[in-house]
Every structure is written in C-alpha cells, then in structure tokens.
Ligand binder design. Structure first.
Ligand code: ZN
Length: 486
C-alpha cells in the first residue's frame, strides 16, 4: 500500500494570499514568438493524421516554499490537468503523467523572476517529457513559456476552474504565438490611425481582408486580426467590446474565443484548426521526442461510488475511523481530503492511496468532519469524485468506569436495623464504598476486592437517624449519593 499524508494548513493560507491574479497574463516574450513563427515558416510540413490521438507525457513540478508550504493542493492539480485535456481534446493532443508529481521546496523558485525561473527549469526538467512548473508567482504573470528553460511556469492563482492559462502556455510550448502578435506592450485604441500604430507594432498589422494573412501577425489565416495585447472583456459572442479599424478603415472586433488571445478566461474555449495543425506539426518535428507510440489510455467510466462508510451524516464512536468505498474500475489511486469545514480549509489532511480505504486515527471527540474521495489514474484526471460527505465523532464523557445510572441503592430511606444494599454492574472497577456525614467524616468503609461482585451489603447500625453521603470510589472517580437513615 502506498500511503502519504500531507498537512496542508499552510497551503490554505498561502492560497488565500495569492488568490489575486497577476496583472500580466502571459510573459512569453515577443522574441520567443518571433523565433517560433520564423521556425515554423522554414520547417517543411509533415503529413499527419489530423485527428489521430497524440499522447504527450507531462511532468508536473509542484513548487512550494523552503519549508514545504504553499504547494498547490493535489485536487487542484488534477482539476487543472482535467481542464487542460478538455481544452486540447479537439486537437487530438492529450497529456498523461508518466511519472509522479515532482515536489520542489524552494521559496526563491516559488516566487521568481525570469532568470531564476530558467535556472529552476534547467535544474529540474525531466528529459523527453513536457515540463510544467506550478509556482506562486512566475515573474509577475499568470504564466509563461521559456524557450531556454524549455518548460512552462504557471501561477497557482491562474489555473483554477474556468482558467485556460495552462492551455495557452502549452500553445506557446508547441510554437503558437499570440493572435495579436506584434502588439505586445501597446494599448490599441482608435485615437491614432492604424498607420501611426504601425510604427510601434513589431510586424505587419493584420487586416480584416485576409489577402496576406500568412505573413501577418501570428501567421495563421483562421485566427482573425486582433490588436489587443492586454486582458480584455468580451461580449456575449465572445468578441471584443473594443472596435478595431484596419489600414483599409474596415472595422471589426477581436475573437475572444481563442485561447491564444488575451480575452478573459470565460470568453475563450478553443484553438483554431490551423493552430491545432501547427501544434501537431511542431510535435511531429522539433518535439518528436515527446511522442509515445504505444500508449493505451485507461479512462474511468463508472463515476458512482457504492458502499461508502461511514454512512453520510452518521456518527462514529471513538477517535479512529476507516473511510472506505467499493473500488472504482480503472482507478490507480484515490485522493482523500478530510477537514473540519466544507471548504476543506480547516485542519485539512490529505491521503493518497491505491487501496479503497484509508484509516485515520486521533480524531477529536464531538467534532464534525467533512471528507471526499477522488479516483484518478495517469490518463484520467477528471476521474470519479464523491460529493462532500460528513460524519461526527461522538462526545466522550468523563471516564467513569461505571455509570451512576447503573448504580442502585435501597432501601432509601433506610431503618437502622436494615441492611443497605448497593448494586452495580460487574467489573465496574469499584474499589471502596464508604458512608460519611455531611462534614465528610467517614463513618463506615468497606473495600471491594472482588471485581466480579455485583452488590455490596452495608450494616448501618452505627448511623444515628439523619442524612449521610454514600460514596462509591473507583480507581479514577468518586460518585456520591444522599441516603437518609430513619
Ligand atoms: Zn501568451
């Protein structure tokens, strides 16, 4: 059994601190993109089966602080991988994990500038795979592709649900430029004529009329012209609010549905056909070392969990629990999160196991716990997830070894000539029974030596009529009852 336990309390705090997204979306340089455009123009095209699946091994590096805090939670990494493969599904390119996630503890790489990022990549890259680094701050961006580091760096705050940063940066990794290539660092508006803007733009400004689109901007003819090099909001059709005007005074709006534009994440959902073919050409050519031919992916099709224990919303006795469920076909590992609140931020613990159960000890008494489990494998990152389940540990009372409710004293009131009968459960750990006055002066004492006994009889002839205390002593506690002698 493979079982790891991480305490992610520090992670939660640092996730909150970096939740704000960086102001810059992408740090992939203009020079890098210009070089990639040049390369793809020079490279002769290979014929590829345009929809045959291509499996690319992805090495994920999770970077945290020097003391191991701030790692992106494993659930989030799998969510991000799940989204990445969804974004790439139309291209036929799919990523899989050839090796486990590589955990790196380095504060200076977790928050880095480009030079340190490149050093991080050179020192940690695995050979012949695509390397991605998940960090807190990749040089002030949501992400970037470094050609010299030959890897992408991604901000934890930019690869959550609904984000497409990873798809965008892998687009660069596979040679795609921005759709607005040439406009980097320029804030377009219509206050200047396009001829005035041309002096600042690094390439021929792309026109609405697609006569020479192969040699304009990103070089792709099915990505419409786009002059917006800053993050922008789209309308309901995913087009820019900002109107563009080209050299012919033709007006148009930028297409925000493309991952390689700078539209906000909710606008983008696709690569253009030519971009997908461009990536496939790049893989067939300069990135052919990533191709794996005999990959047989396994997908998790049964998403339903059966026989989950403990029963949802139930109570458990004691401080230990075994969380268990029926095995999910195709799952190679289960990720289990448990915490004391539904957002899994309060005292969170995470377990990874190949078994269909996990044993957790040292729970707190009288506490509600929330947990969930996710089945994954190295191809299926979306996997099968449970909803958030809950159980409560029962309150443990002070450890009386006998319950006062099981104790019977009679008759009470009692006559001086009667015997006082005290009955209790067998093995109650009672050591001594005594009777004292209300000033706690002991008058009668009797040791209990036989643990199998179930009752004791006391002669009360010594007691004058009045009120007394009957004391039952165990090894750990004392229970007193009032008796009246008549
Ligand atoms: Zn970019």
């Amino acid at each position: 059994m493979k079982l790891f336990s991480f305490s992610f309390f520090l992670v939660f705090i640092s996730i909150n601190l970096v939740a704000q997204k960086p102001s810059s979306y992408c740090g992939t340089s203009v020079e890098t993109q210009a070089f990639m455009i040049e390369q793809s123009r020079k490279t002769s095209k290979v014929i590829t089966d345009s929809r045959a699946p291509i499996f690319i091994p992805m090495q994920v590096h999770s970077v945290g602080s020097d003391v191991g805090g701030g790692h992106f939670r494993l659930h989030y990494i799998y969510d991000a991988l799940c989204n990445l493969n969804k974004d790439y599904a139309p291209s036929g390119i799919q990523f899989f994990l050839e090796n486990d996630i590589n955990y790196i503890n380095s504060s200076s790489w977790n928050t880095h500038e480009y030079d340190a990022g490149e050093e991080m990549m050179r020192k940690n890259n695995k050979a012949n795979v695509a390397n991605s680094y998940i960090v807190a701050d990749p040089a002030g961006n949501c992400g970037y592709f470094s050609p010299r580091g030959n890897a992408v760096a991604l901000a934890k705050s930019c690869i959550g649900d609904g984000d497409h940063t990873w798809a965008h940066e892998m687009g660069h990794f596979f040679s795609l430029p921005h759709t607005f290539f040439g406009w980097e660092g320029i804030r377009y508006d219509q206050s200047k004529t396009i001829n005035e803007w041309q002096r600042q733009v690094f390439t021929t400004i792309e026109q609405k009329q697609r006569a020479n689109c192969n040699n304009q901007a990103d070089g792709y003819c099915d990505t419409p012209p786009d002059y917006l090099s800053y993050r922008w909001e789209c309308d309901r059709s995913n087009n820019s609010i900002v109107q563009h005007k080209d050299v012919n005074d033709s007006t148009f709006y930028a297409d925000g549905s493309l991952f390689m534009s700078y539209s906000n994440d909710h606008c983008s959902s696709r690569f253009a056909e030519d971009q997908m073919e461009g990536m496939r050409q790049n893989i067939a050519g300069s990135r052919s070392n990533l191709i794996r031919n005999n990959v047989i992916p396994v997908y998790i099709s049964n998403l339903n969990y059966n026989n989950i224990l403990p029963v949802d919303s139930g109570n458990i006795k004691g401080k230990n629990v075994t969380l268990t469920w029926d095995p999910i076909p195709g799952a190679s590992r289960y990720i289990i999160d448990i915490a004391r609140n539904t957002s899994f931020g309060l005292y969170p613990q995470q377990f990874i196991t190949s078994d269909n159960f996990v044993k957790i000890d040292s729970l707190n008494a009288g506490t509600r716990y929330f947990w969930k489990v996710r089945a994954v494998n190295n191809y299926d990152f979306c996997g099968a997830k449970t909803k958030t389940l809950t159980f409560k540990t029962e309150t443990i009372t002070a450890t009386n070894n006998f319950e006062s409710s099981t104790l019977n004293v009679y008759p009470n009131p009692i006559q001086q000539n009667e015997l006082l009968m005290i009955s209790y459960e067998r093995n109650s750990d009672i050591k001594k029974i005594s009777i004292s006055n209300l000033n706690n002066q002991s008058i009668i004492e009797q040791e209990i030596t036989d643990s199998n006994s179930e009752f004791t009889k006391l002669d009360v002839k010594k007691l004058l009529p009045g009120i007394y205390k009957l004391n039952i002593h165990s090894s750990t506690s004392l229970i007193s009852k009032k008796i009246i002698v008549q």
